[in-house]
Design a binder for this molecule. Structure first.
Ligand SMILES: CC(C)(COP(=O)(O)OP(=O)(O)OC[C@H]1O[C@@H](n2cnc3c(N)ncnc32)[C@H](O)[C@@H]1OP(=O)(O)O)[C@@H](O)C(=O)NCCC(=O)NCCS
Length: 188
C-alpha cells in the first residue's frame, strides 16, 4: 500500500510556460538530470538557450513533428516535461515518448500521471497508432513509469542514444492505440 500523497498534475504545451520558469527548472535539476540526458551545452542553462529551446518547441509543434508539454503541479508551477517527438506519419503513425520530473518530487507519481496524460494526447489529439520509449536498463524509475503506463518491452537496442557523453544500450518499450484503448476499457 502506498502512503504517499498523490500530486495533482496537469500538462500543457511547453511554450505556454515562461522562459524564466523553464530556465529555473533546468538549473535546479542540472545535476539530477545529467546522468540520464544528452550532454547539454553551457548556454542551455542560460536565458538565451532556453529561449531557443522554447522557440524550437513552438515551431516543432506547429509543424506536427514534436509536441512538448510542461508538467505543472498545484501550488508548485513547472515540475517537469513530457514529449511526443519524432512524429512519423504515413504507414508508421508513431513517435517517441520522453519525460523528466523535478528531482525533489521523485517517487510521488508525478511522471506516471503526466505520462498517462501525454499518451492520451498522442492517441486522441494527435491520432497516433503507437508510441515508443527508450530506457537504459539501469533507469529503474523510468522502467517502472513505462510499465505502470502500460508500455511493454519490445526489444533491446545496442548503443541507442548518446547519454551523458556515452553511447548507451536502451530497452525499447511501446504501446499501441489498441492496447491503450483496451486498458482504458478495463479501467472502467
Ligand atoms: C524517471 C523519472 C521521470 C520518474 O519520475 P517520478 O515522478 O519519480 O516517477 P513516479 O513517481 O511516477 O514512478 C517512479 C516509480 O519508480 C519506483 N522507484 C523509485 N526508486 C526506485 C528504485 N531504486 N528501484 C525500483 N523502483 C524505484 C517508485 O517507487 C515508483 O514506482 P511505484 O509507483 O510502483 O512505487 C524521474 O526519475 C526523472 O526525471 N529522472 C531523470 C530523467 C529520466 O530518467 N527520464 C526518463 C528517460 S527514459
Amino acid at each position: 500500500m502506498s502512503t504517499r500523497t498523490p500530486v495533482d498534475v496537469a500538462i500543457k504545451p511547453w511554450s505556454d510556460f515562461e522562459v524564466a520558469e523553464q530556465l529555473a527548472f533546468f538549473q535546479r535539476n542540472r545535476e539530477a538530470f545529467a546522468p540520464w540526458e544528452p550532454t547539454r551545452p553551457p548556454e542551455f542553462f542560460e536565458l538565451r538557450g532556453q529561449r531557443l529551446v522554447n522557440d524550437y518547441a513552438r515551431a516543432e509543434w506547429e509543424a506536427g513533428r514534436s509536441h512538448s508539454f510542461g508538467i505543472s503541479a498545484r501550488g508548485r508551477g513547472l515540475v517537469g516535461r513530457t514529449s511526443i517527438s519524432n512524429v512519423v506519419r504515413s504507414a508508421f503513425q508513431s513517435a517517441h515518448l520522453g519525460y523528466l520530473v523535478e528531482a525533489a518530487l521523485w517517487g510521488q507519481g508525478v511522471a506516471t500521471n503526466a505520462v498517462q496524460l501525454t499518451v492520451r494526447e498522442a492517441f486522441t489529439t494527435f491520432g497516433l497508432h503507437r508510441i515508443e520509449a527508450a530506457i537504459m536498463p539501469r533507469n529503474v524509475r523510468s522502467i517502472r513509469v513505462a510499465e505502470k503506463c502500460g508500455l511493454v518491452q519490445i526489444g533491446m537496442s545496442p548503443q541507442h542514444l548518446r547519454i551523458n557523453g556515452r553511447w548507451e544500450d536502451h530497452i525499447l518499450y511501446a504501446i499501441t492505440v489498441d492496447e491503450w484503448s483496451a486498458r482504458q476499457a478495463s479501467a472502467g
